[in-house]
Design a binder for this molecule. Structure first.
Ligand SMILES: Nc1ncnc2c1ncn2[C@@H]1O[C@H](COP(=O)(O)OP(=O)(O)O)[C@@H](O)[C@H]1O
Ligand SMILES: O=C(CO)[C@@H](O)[C@H](O)COP(=O)(O)O
Length: 593
């Protein structure tokens, strides 16, 4: 096989343009339930895709459910790193089968990982990563490179005392949010590292390097420990946003208290790479020999799955993304840094001076599945799994907004948390309330028909997004209320028309609600586009400029809803204060009890 890339430096744009066959770009996404890959050409069009589903492919072997292990007694949630290692080999074997052209056309690789999770390498890691033997599997060889076999997952809730310490460290939660872009959250990596050091000092001491899941995947592909990326590093409560460096006091807190502890943790984490398009090096010879990658194929920094989602389309200010994956997230690209303990600001993965605004709900896809699984289907049977979505959707669409069929009906509001929620920090449980149409008279409801739950869970998730993003939006056109311009849906739930309808009803979207054609692989797509931009950008060309020049709506997105509806939007606005009051009451109850 001729290796077209061996003689070229693919980071050199001039070299690329004289290349006989157009280069291709590969994006990975290691999310909660799947490992996905997607290959695109310079015209941004998809060439091939493949995926591994952790439960379907490895559920029995690793004993996981929905990609993770859960320990209810401690609140720990974690995933086996060995399963991810096996998944890399499996997904690349599947991709090699699916590729219509040789793998060596892939000029560069980037991608994403579920955010906040961390992987702990031991002192043998560097040599093992460098010397991977293509005759053996990754898991056979890199299993021995770990100081700990599992990776804490973003759904983990075992770090309350560490969160309290982080929130107090700089003089209060607001101060921490101002400094790092977020208040303390159970899943944030600084808190997770601090807990590991407390409960397993032996593991911490045996740890030579710490990767985030994104940089862990990049490390395997690179054959050496890859740096953390400019956006994903913000998910640790350790990154000082104003100075764009680690916060010394926070490193000290997480690392054990002394200056030396801080230095030790800084060394384990390594300095992040601040250019999202920097070439880290060539792909490891393992992938060249085993899957036919070109020896000059470049590895770019991998970022978090949410930052990568923003790179799947040209996102203008006032546009919003709702990601309906295992978590549900609300994302905006903004030049304004206005942190608050309830939400997150991260560095934008490609554009200095821009930020990703994010709300992240733990009770997203899995909470909706729970409500779905309690609904009876047309034959009266309760239908779980894919079949049950039809009953769920019928229930959502047959129920009027807020359950108010007639003038004078009360509005119905619910909260459905199967896990402790983060936005806000409310205990697990289900609550049903009602209030007058103008938002007054809030009181707990006795209960209602299960069909109402289907609409109420989606409404409550989107009401929360509207409440918390209202300071970031303005009227997109004269005469309209403040709201997003376009809303893009991505993630596994983006195929659901009933959810799309409710999102438009509650959140608006003056120019409509759209779904990405490969919405369930948006993070992998964003990774592939980042690789493309890194290699093909002209001097100083921003990611958004390159995308705007090449992106074509047709074949990339589909309009799935009108978005803003005069009258309906205002109905939801009227009950927003009652929704906020409902959350406040539940928070107060917890403080008292
Ligand atoms: N038809 C559907 N309607 C609503 N939700 C769906 C549908 N199909 C899949 N999903 C949701 O998508 C989730 C998986 O989304 P995905 O983005 O692939 O997850 P992750 O990236 O977190 O691994 C599932 O947990 C399920 O709740
Ligand atoms: O914790 C967060 C973001 O802060 C989650 O959004 C994770 O990044 C997991 O994402 P999915 O697997 O749901 O895509």
């Amino acid at each position: 096989m001729v290796d077209e890339h061996r003689m070229l430096d693919p980071c050199d744009a001039a070299a690329m343009s004289s290349h006989p066959a157009p280069p291709l770009y590969l994006g990975f996404d290691l999310s909660t339930q799947q490992l996905k890959v997607i290959v695109v050409g310079p015209d941004l069009k998809v060439v091939a895709q493949a995926k591994v589903d952790f439960d379907a492919d490895f559920g029995v072997k690793y004993g996981i459910r929905k990609g993770v292990h859960v320990q209810p007694s401690s609140g720990e949630v974690y995933a086996p790193v060995a399963m991810w290692m096996e998944s890399i080999d499996l997904v690349l074997a599947r991709l090699a089968e699916a590729m219509p052209v040789p793998m060596h056309r892939i000029a560069a690789v980037s991608g994403s990982g579920q955010q906040h999770g961390s992987v702990y390498w031991n002192a043998d890691a560097a040599a093992l990563l460098k010397g991977l033997d293509p005759a053996r599997s990754i898991v056979d060889q890199l299993g021995a490179a770990l100081a700990q076999p599992s990776s804490p997952n973003w759904q983990d809730q075992s770090t309350q005392s560490e969160c309290d310490a982080f929130d107090a460290a700089l003089g209060g939660r607001d101060k921490l949010a101002e400094a790092t872009g977020s208040g303390a959250h159970h899943r944030f990596t600084g808190e997770q590292i601090m807990r590991l050091k407390r409960i397993r000092p032996d593991v911490y001491d045996a740890t030579e390097r710490i990767s985030l899941i994104s940089s862990w995947l990049a490390s395997v592909l690179l054959g050496s420990v890859a740096p953390l990326d400019v956006a994903d590093v913000c998910g640790m409560n350790l990154w000082d946003m104003a100075h764009q460096r680690y916060g010394e006091e926070l490193l000290r807190l997480a690392g054990g208290g002394t200056r030396q502890d801080a230095d030790d943790l800084r060394r384990k984490l390594g300095e992040p790479v601040l250019d999202g398009g920097a070439c880290l090096g060539n792909v490891s010879p393992y992938f060249v020999a085993k899957y036919g990658f070109g020896a000059g194929c470049k590895v770019l920094p991998f970022t978090g799955d949410n930052p990568a989602t923003m790179l799947a389309l040209p996102l203008r200010p006032l546009d919003a993304i709702v990601s309906l994956g295992t978590s549900t997230t609300f994302l905006m690209n903004t030049p304004v840094y206005r942190p608050d303990g309830a939400y997150h600001f991260f560095n934008h993965p490609t554009t200095r001076g821009h930020y990703m605004f994010m709300l992240c709900y733990k009770n997203g896809g899995l909470a909706r599945e729970k409500v779905r699984d309690e609904l009876a289907g047309p034959d009266g049977e309760v239908e779980a799994g894919a079949a049950g979505w039809q009953s769920f959707n019928d229930a959502v669409l047959d129920t009027p907004p807020l359950g108010m069929a007639d003038a004078g009906d009360e509005a119905k509001l619910g909260l459905y948390f199967h896990l402790r929620e983060t936005v806000p920090n409310i205990r697990p449980g289900t609550w049903r309330f009602r209030c007058h149409a103008d938002g007054t008279g809030l009181e707990e409801a006795r209960g209602w028909d299960k069909a109402m739950d289907a609409r109420a869970i989606v409404e409550s998730q989107v009401l929360s997004m509207r409440l918390r993003s209202q300071n970031l939006v303005r009227p997109p056109r004269h005469g309209l209320p403040a709201q997003p311009r376009r809303i893009y849906l991505v993630g596994g739930g983006s195929v659901n028309p009933a959810i799309a309808r409710v999102i438009g009803d509650v959140l608006g979207g003056a120019d409509g609600v759209y779904k990405l054609d490969v919405g369930e692989s948006a993070c992998a797509l964003g990774g592939a586009y980042k690789a493309l931009w890194a290699l093909e950008r002209k001097d100083g060309e921003s990611f958004d400029e390159l995308m705007a020049a090449r992106w074509q709506e047709e074949g990339s997105i589909e309009k799935v809803g009108e978005g803003f509806l005069e009258g309906t939007y205002q109905k939801y606005g009227n009950v927003l204060p009652a929704f906020e009051e409902m959350e406040k009451r539940l928070l107060a109850e917890e403080k008292q009890g």
